[in-house]
Design a protein around this ligand. Structure first.
Ligand SMILES: [Zn+2]
Length: 351
């Protein structure tokens, strides 16, 4: 469905917020592997439910609408584990931000993430969605991670009001703002932590995107998963490799299992030969559960050590890099213009 239609219809509802149809249930198994586990970070697990009788500090409806006309009046269809729900973009973005970025991040970093998430969702809405009857789903690896308000109240418990307000402010202060390349919405991919340079889309997915180029990214060293390592016993590694690369010749000395490494400008392994068979760095990352495809291999007699830099695919905005930029005085627009080459940040409705 074309978004403008939905928007137009929704506007006729005047000052009423589009209520989220509350059929979703808490999703206990939300996965956050590609991004920081924001919801689970330093949160009490004994969340007592609160604020369901109206005394929860919610703003009056009219004030909410005044703060976020576009987001409040835009309805998207969200595929959840329990079915499809209609939800305002404002409520959806709150749930995405809570799931995709630590709430403790700087306000301008949260705003950059809000604009990224809005762009990411509307990009899919404009293309009619790739889900039967829905615009986006809650699978982080396909669309964006999302956590319902109900679950946030449980997770954040006594800190709910303060934390939800940080996120809501980031969404509302960027109301309707999206990232465009020319007149088109960009595919606003992002990741947790880069190696110090982001990856060009063409190096990771083979798809050239003028706005997804390799750019420097400062301050990544402070990210919790900037560097990592995985140790795998030699016998186990042999089984794993032969399982997906059956033609690999691993009868050679272990020091020769891996060879012919080709790296991107930012350092990720584009391709590597395994026992003479060439595979991509992404395949090795997925097979071995590495933090990133930016890895080096050390072969020992009994085990291999894979050492990684960065966390995630490395393309587009780095969340930890964005937080560093925010800490050092950049606005969310400056952050976005840094990570997405040649873009403008403007309202969705702008021509
Ligand atoms: Zn999806």
């Amino acid at each position: 469905m074309k978004l403008s239609l939905v928007f137009g219809l929704a506007l006729t509802a005047a000052a009423f917020l589009i209520p989220a149809i509350m059929v979703e249930k808490p999703q206990g198994d939300i996965m956050f592997a590609e991004v920081p586990a924001a919801v689970d970070e330093s949160l009490p697990e004994d969340g007592s439910r609160q604020g369901e009788t109206g005394e929860d500090g919610k703003q009056p409806l009219r004030e909410e609408v005044a703060h976020s006309v576009f987001d409040s009046n835009t309805v998207i269809r969200l595929q959840t584990d329990e079915g499809i729900i209609s939800i305002s973009l404002r409520d959806y973005l709150r749930g995405v931000l809570a799931a995709e970025m630590p709430v403790t991040f700087e306000p301008e970093a949260l705003k950059a993430q809000a604009a990224t998430a809005r762009t990411y969702a509307l990009y899919r809405v404009d293309r009619g969605g790739v889900h039967e009857g829905a615009d986006v789903c809650t699978d982080y690896s396909h669309c964006s991670a999302y956590v319902s308000d109900e679950l946030l109240r449980e997770k954040w418990a006594g800190e709910y009001e303060e934390k939800a307000a940080r996120i809501q402010t980031a969404v509302d202060e960027t109301d309707g703002m999206v990232i465009k390349y020319g007149s088109e919405l960009i595919d606003a991919v992002f990741h947790s932590t880069s190696s110090g340079r982001t990856e060009a889309a063409v190096d990771v997915w083979g798809t050239e995107r003028p706005y997804l180029q390799s750019v420097p990214s400062r301050g990544e060293e402070s990210a919790p998963r900037f560097s990592g390592s995985v140790e795998i016993p030699t016998g186990e590694l042999r089984e794993l490799l032969l399982g997906v690369i059956p033609l690999a010749d691993l009868s050679v000395p272990v020091s020769q299992w891996f060879s012919d490494v080709v790296r991107s400008e930012a350092g990720s392994v584009k391709s590597i030969a395994v026992g003479g068979e060439t595979v991509s760095g992404r395949e090795i990352r997925a097979l071995l559960g590495l933090n990133s495809a930016n890895f080096t291999v050390t072969a020992g007699e009994s085990k291999f050590i894979f050492t990684t830099v960065g966390y995630g695919h490395g393309v587009g905005m780095s969340q930890y890099g964005a937080n560093y930029m925010a800490k050092t005085g950049s606005t969310y627009i400056e952050i976005l213009e840094h990570y997405y080459s040649g873009v403008t940040v403007e309202s969705y409705a702008a021509p």
